[in-house]
Design a protein around this ligand. Structure first.
Ligand SMILES: NC(=O)c1ccc[n+]([C@@H]2O[C@H](COP(=O)([O-])OP(=O)(O)OC[C@H]3O[C@@H](n4cnc5c(N)ncnc54)[C@H](O)[C@@H]3O)[C@@H](O)[C@H]2O)c1
Ligand SMILES: O=C(O)C[C@H](O)C(=O)O
Length: 332
């Protein structure tokens, strides 16, 4: 049985993500959890003629049952940005939500893969890892910050400038983290097309701040949901393909804990960080191999340097939140 749980399933990302996951023939049970409306979303999706069972779980009391026997837990629970906000501004509300969900995962499905979508990802992934460490159930191979939307945007935006670059089959490596300057697309490694320095500069900026385009266009009604659902389903499906079907050689860029992960020593040493997004080969146990950072152009080296200094603060903030026992404030 492969049970996948979506926490925050009634939200802007949660609903379309659950719809996409309902199409997977690798999932036998899709459990939808939210503090509101998950029962209705589950009833609706349960009529779709694919083999998986769908169950809805509403409210804290229903969370343990939702998580029991989970193979994979995907977390898009929490508030999105409004214009003028940074992802870090969401920490106040989302840190507590993610911490509490991680605690329940530690108690009810300690071996599950945990895929963190809730922002700020640079800090929420350390929060999940610290909670699992405290509960003595941490396996670095099993926790992922979902940065796939940056990869998806990179392919799409490059295609807009270079139509001969095929966006669905050509994957671009994106390293660092998931917010503004911490997002570093490695455009120098693209072999299919070449760029002028101006094109590199404007593409890099657009990829780093792609999220802002959507926040601005939605004008107070939230941030990316549909493209995120697509990216989240892509990452979940790739992980399932590797971990359930055993397909080898599948690689995605993702934000993971470096120490303790296979192959990660080099990146840990060269960044000096405990968490970093880079290409990761997925396998039966989650992370099979953290790939070395590719060769970087001079500009990319400087962007990575900037990303590292910002990530340091984001990571420390997430770790301290768990280890200092701070109580989250409920309002933005
Ligand atoms: N990683 C990425 O690339 C990426 C991309 C887009 C959005 N996001 C982030 O994803 C999060 C969700 O965005 P959205 O647009 O779906 O927001 P949304 O407000 O539409 O949905 C969030 C859902 O979470 C639920 N929720 C709140 N507290 C909860 C809890 N304690 N347990 C379970 N569910 C809870 C809400 O009821 C709601 O249904 C935001 O933090 C956003 O910034 C990340
Ligand atoms: O921009 C946001 O706040 C949401 C998300 O992180 C994104 O990149 O679209």
């Amino acid at each position: 049985m492969v049970k996948v749980v979506v926490c925050g399933a009634a939200g802007g990302i949660g609903q379309p993500l659950s719809l996409l996951l309902k199409q997977s023939d690798l999932i036998s049970h899709l459990a939808l959890y939210d503090i509101v409306n998950a029962a209705g979303v589950a009833a609706d999706l349960s009529h779709i003629n694919t083999a998986s069972k769908v169950t809805g779980h509403v409210g804290k009391e229903a969370l343990a049952e939702a998580l029991k026997d989970a193979h994979t837990v995907v977390i898009p629970a929490g508030v999105p940005r409004r214009p003028g906000m940074t992802r870090d501004d969401l920490f106040k509300v989302n840190a507590g939500i993610v911490r509490d969900l991680a605690q329940e995962c530690a108690e009810n499905c300690p071996r599950a893969f945990i895929l963190v979508i809730s922002n700020p990802v640079n800090s929420t992934v350390p929060i999940v890892c610290e909670v699992l460490k405290k509960a003595n159930v941490f396996d670095p191979r099993r926790v992922f910050g979902v940065t796939t939307l940056d990869v998806v945007r990179s392919s799409r935006f490059v295609h807009e400038v270079k139509p001969q670059f095929e966006p669905q089959t050509n994957r671009i490596t994106v390293v660092g983290g998931h917010s503004g300057a911490t997002i570093v697309p490695i455009l120098s490694q693209i072999k299919q097309v070449s760029f002028t320095p101006e094109e590199i500069k404007s593409l890099t900026h657009r990829i780093q701040f792609g999220g802002d385009e959507v926040v601005k266009a939605k004008d107070g009604a939230g941030s990316a949901t549909l493209s995120m659902a697509s990216a989240g389903a892509r990452f979940t499906n790739t992980l399932l393909e590797a971990s359930v079907r055993g397909t080898r050689g599948l690689v995605e860029s993702t934000y993971v804990h470096l120490r303790g992960n296979p192959g990660a020593e080099w990146n840990a040493r060269s960044t000096g960080l405990d968490y970093f997004a880079q290409d990761v080969e997925l396998g039966l146990e989650g992370v099979a191999n953290v790939l070395r950072l590719p060769d970087l152009s001079e500009e990319e080296q400087s962007l990575v340097k900037t990303a590292i200094s910002e990530l340091k603060g984001n990571i420390t903030k997430g770790c301290n939140f768990v280890n200092d026992g701070t109580t989250p404030s409920a309002k933005l």
